[in-house]
Design a protein around this ligand. Structure first.
Ligand code: UD1
Length: 344
């Protein structure tokens, strides 16, 4: 019998790509999502790729009894991958309480229910934002956690602490915390991808929408940073590569291979790419120009951060395989698919 996994936020960007990889690995997936930042059509995309339509509940993870019903209806869920969260840094500054409720109460609900339903492990979606501006690059998992620059960043730190305290208290489950760098791109089939609500806040959707003519011009936030070309540096990781790491993490917990009940891994490529380099990689890969102008720095931006992914490489046997150039082409193919469908 297939092992059942609950994926919260499974119709979202990283969630949907992970559902596809879980199904390919032989898991039965149950999605719970409140559709606050995604829509049901994503289920069609998942089904087109894998031939399997995952079970779907339109439920908010703040609704504990709603979650409980899912565990009762689907007896024997073995693991959870928890993506469901609000993620806009700027918005979190204006609506902090909403962020604390959405990102913290949801995790508490899941952790409280896990022992009752004998759920063995939870993979948690964290972020390199917990490192702030690291003193040493590339950044390793034992780098100090810096004070958060936004309520969003703070929720990720608090989530990590909650999981750590629960495990140290001896609660009967395991956890793997995955700290993502900057996920970009789309599934190679272009059936699923990133679908931002309104004006994109993240770089790559803004680049593809500008290339498509939806936005007039990309603003590059700052060219006076202490980096070779003056623009900020990030570690952009292919979303399918990232999704695959979740399957490995789940296998590891369910097959009892974890070295500790709590493990933490950076998921990045180990390569830093500047904003200006990313724009030129996009133009080179797609042959499409991206009009841009340099503007002032964006508040709260980190100057440069990229991962040391050796821990994940060695322990999980996982490596990011795709190049930024190829990944940007998948993002462009997805943008074209959205245009064909009349969405954007
Ligand atoms: C941010 C968060 C990260 C979070 C992610 C989710 C921080 C430090 N990082 O990532 O934790 O998981 O959002 O949304 O809080 N840029 C432009 N023009 C644009 C958009 C972006 O120049 O129109 C630049 C930014 O200044 C930055 C880079 O592109 O240097 C990447 O920005 P973005 O895609 O927003 O990701 P982060 O800010 O790195």
């Amino acid at each position: 019998m297939k092992k059942k996994i609950l994926v919260t936020g499974g119709t979202g960007y990283i969630g949907s790509h992970t559902v596809v990889e879980l199904q390919a690995a032989g898991y039965e997936v149950i999605i719970v999502d409140n559709l606050s930042n995604s829509n049901k059509d994503v289920l069609d995309g998942i089904e087109k790729i894998s031939g399997i339509r995952p079970v779907f509940y339109e439920t908010d993870c703040n609704d504990k009894s709603g979650l409980q019903n899912i565990f009762i209806e689907h007896k024997g869920i073995k693991g959870i991958i928890h993506f469901a969260a609000s993620k806009a840094v700027g918005e979190s500054v204006h609506n902090p309480l909403e962020y604390y409720r959405n990102n913290i109460v949801t995790l508490l609900n899941l952790l409280e229910l896990m022992p009752e339903y004998h759920i063995e492990g939870i993979v948690f979606s964290s972020s390199c934002t917990v490192y702030g501006q690291p003193d040493i690059l590339p950044v390793t998992e034992d780098a100090p956690i810096k004070p958060a620059l936004s309520p969003y960043g703070n929720t990720k730190q608090i989530n990590e602490e909650i999981i750590r305290d629960a495990i140290y208290a001896g609660l009967p489950f395991k956890s793997i915390i995955l700290r993502y760098f900057n996920p970009i791109g789309a599934h190679p089939s272009a059936e699923i991808g990133e679908l931002p609500n309104g004006v994109p806040q993240n770089l790559v959707p803004f680049v593809t929408q500008t290339a498509m003519g939806i936005r007039q011009e990309l603003s590059v936030f700052g060219d006076d940073y202490d980096t070779p070309d003056g623009s900020c540096i990030r570690d952009y990781i292919n979303v399918v590569d990232l999704a695959k790491a979740h399957v490995i993490a789940m296998n590891r917990m369910l097959e009892d291979k974890s070295e500790d009940n709590l493990e933490i891994f950076n998921l990045g490529t180990g390569r830093g790419v500047s904003v200006l380099e990313l724009i030129s990689a996009f133009e080179k890969g797609t042959g499409v120009k991206v009009p841009y102008k340099i503007v002032g720095r964006r508040e709260g931006d980190i100057e440069k951060v990229w991962a040391n992914p050796e821990h994940a490489n060695k322990v999980l046997g996982w490596t990011a395989k795709e190049t930024v150039e190829d990944t940007l082409i998948t993002a462009w193919n997805w943008q074209n698919k959205l245009r064909e469908r009349g969405i954007q």
